[in-house]
Design a protein around this ligand. Structure first.
Ligand code: ATP
Length: 240
């Protein structure tokens, strides 16, 4: 079943075609990768899908309903959660209190919201840090907190914006396992990631953006061999 259908979406910033006529489809249960060079438009597309920006044109259909004109909190309530490229938790709130902010998206009662927050903290492996202030977490722990908060909103589709950025190799391996576990729990995933081995091993389908336009869609193997993708992006990450 198609969970998300994006049709001819564009977003321009005074002449800069950040997202230019992008169409993509995500089936329930998939992990879909979104790659492209810096400035290709990946985060802008995420912002359009989550209502942080209003797309200038095109349609976005989630679970059969048009969402392209809805505000962010309504889209979140319908079941699209996200993490942010730069994790910005409330530093002087504990891990638990940060996560409960997400859980209030699903639950009105304090006891239910806290129970869900605790479940999500346990799910991401942060239980021992539940009472720690977010500002005292290291980068890997902050990424897990981002995930706990996003999961606590109760998403059916989770958008991950570079959740592996800044992680050590060991933390990256753990993050790959955690993303697999999230998918297994029934959550569909769309992820932006620059760490290619991780993205390619996780994704069922990969879309490639270049200067706002989609230039390729395929399995990880197909995308890795595409000449245009190698020229515009993969060749450069290999050199970096
Ligand atoms: P990165 O991998 O570096 O995060 P990206 O693929 O996510 O890059 P975007 O952040 O979506 O790229 O940026 C796409 C283009 O849109 C860039 O040229 C960027 O400067 C521009 N852009 C993004 N947000 C805004 C904004 N709020 N106002 C003006 N221009 C913007």
């Amino acid at each position: 079943m198609t969970l998300l259908s994006v049709n001819g979406v564009y977003k321009h910033f005074s002449g800069n075609k950040a997202v230019d006529n992008v169409s993509l489809e995500i089936k329930e249960g998939e992990i879909v990768g979104l790659i492209g060079a810096n400035g290709a438009g990946k985060t802008t597309l995420f912002n359009c899908l989550t209502g942080y920006y209003r797309a200038d044109g095109g349609s976005i259909i989630f679970d059969g309903k048009h969402i392209e004109k809805l505000k962010a909190h309504l889209i979140c309530r319908m079941g699209i959660g996200r993490t942010f490229q730069i994790a910005k938790p409330f530093g002087d709130l504990s891990v638990l209190d940060n996560t409960v902010v997400g859980a209030y998206n699903q639950f009105k009662s304090k006891s239910e919201a806290y129970a869900e927050a605790k479940r999500c903290i346990d799910f991401v492996g942060l239980s021992e840090k539940s009472d720690t202030d977010a500002s005292d977490l290291n980068t890997g722990e902050k990424r897990r907190l981002e995930l706990a908060r996003a999961l606590a909103t109760g998403p059916r589709l989770l958008l991950l914006d570079e959740v592996m950025a800044g992680l050590t190799p060991t933390e990256s391996v753990e993050m790959v396992e955690l993303i697999r576990k999230i998918r297994k729990s029934g959550v569909t995933i769309l992820m932006i990631e620059h760490i290619m081995p991780a993205l390619m091993s996780l994704s069922d389908t990969v879309y490639v953006l270049d200067q706002g336009k989609l230039i390729c869609k395929g399995t990880p193997a197909e995308v890795s061999e595409n000449k245009q993708v190698i020229e515009s992006y993969l060749g450069k990450t290999a050199e970096a």
